[in-house]
Design a protein around this ligand. Structure first.
Ligand code: C2E
Ligand code: CA
Ligand code: CA
Ligand code: CA
Length: 281
């Protein structure tokens, strides 16, 4: 038994060393990824289902990294590294700047009223100059504030409730909308929710996945929609993969969707074509 214990220890420890090595290598490469222009933004359609077939109302901005040796690395893997190392600060600034530039071009190109939704990480939210950064970026890129949405998560609000309220109020004053991402996966008390000036709740895809078969998921989704309605927040469901899920959500009173059923995240040029195809009569 003792020998097995020692063996296990070695097993875990070498596995951890391997993980640590990989993390450090990723961090090193990520440091130069920005200047080497290995980062790219993809855009995933957000659909307003009210009208015939549904309009494309916006796009969530999703970061992609084309690593020169390893190929494409998913944000699920490198965003945590960017957060731990602090690199998410310059990367996040780049994402915001790039997304606003792109949408300014789209506005000139006829994609009128298209909104881009940019993810903010907790570390960005803790920067004292965040609101200023957003304001100057909007100015520099000639971007209409109404057409920018910021996606934040529950955890980031609960860190420091008072200052979070202040920041959100400043965004609202700027005209920027705010969506609460991954809703339902955090532990925040619902009574807090009404204190934050928010515009959207995004139902997490882990709940959407199970509907309509899974009765727990269905119950959760039903109550999130009811909660959003009572707080006068708009609600968007993410991870919608089937027509059945869309119809089911629509019948529950959720009319805004994002998911593979409508469109995957795609490069800007492809998104332009997607938008134009949907606008066609
Ligand atoms: P998220 O903000 O929850 O983004 C939604 C994720 O769900 C994206 O994964 C998207 O590709 C995926 N998704 C969308 N529709 C479907 C669907 O129908 N089925 C399934 N299975 N998945 C779907 P992605 O692009 O891999 O991003 C993962 C996470 O990385 C994001 O989760 C977000 O937390 C983070 N992330 C991505 N880009 C950025 C960024 O620019 N800044 C920050 N701070 N985080 C980012
Ligand atoms: Ca998001
Ligand atoms: Ca999400
Ligand atoms: Ca997520």
């Amino acid at each position: 038994a003792k020998a097995a214990g020692v063996g296990n220890y070695h097993f875990y420890s070498s596995e951890m060393t391997e993980q640590l090595r990989r993390r450090l290598a990723l961090e090193r490469d990520l440091r130069s990824a920005l200047e080497r222009e290995e980062l790219e933004l993809f855009y995933q359609p957000q659909i307003d289902y009210h009208t015939d077939g549904g309009d494309c109302m916006g796009a969530e901005v999703l970061l992609r990294w084309r690593h020169p040796q390893e190929g494409f690395i998913s944000p699920g893997e490198f965003i945590p590294v960017a957060e731990m190392s602090g690199l998410i600060i310059p990367i996040g600034e780049w994402v915001l700047q790039k997304a606003c530039q792109q949408n300014h071009l789209w506005q000139l190109g006829g994609l009128h009223g298209l909104r881009v939704a940019v993810n903010l990480s907790a570390l960005q939210f803790q920067q004292p100059n965040l609101v200023e950064l957003v304001a100057t970026t909007l100015e520099n890129t000639h971007h209409n504030p109404d057409l920018l949405e910021l996606e934040i998560t529950e955890g980031l609000l609960m860190n420091d409730v008072q200052s979070a309220i202040k920041i959100l109020q400043s965004f609202r004053d700027l005209g920027v909308t705010v969506a609460l991402d991954d809703f339902g996966t955090g532990y925040s008390s619902l009574s807090y929710l009404k204190r934050f000036p928010l515009n959207f709740l995004k139902i997490d895809q882990s709940f959407v996945r199970g509907i309509p078969q899974d009765s727990n998921d269905t119950a959760i989704v039903r109550s999130v929609i009811a909660l959003a309605q009572s707080l006068q927040l708009d609600v968007i469901a993410e991870g919608v993969e089937t027509a059945e899920q869309a119809t089911f959500l629509h019948n529950l009173g959720c009319h805004k969707f994002q998911g593979y059923y409508f469109g995957r995240p795609m490069p800007a040029l492809e998104f332009t074509r997607f938008w134009e195809a949907r606008q066609a009569p």
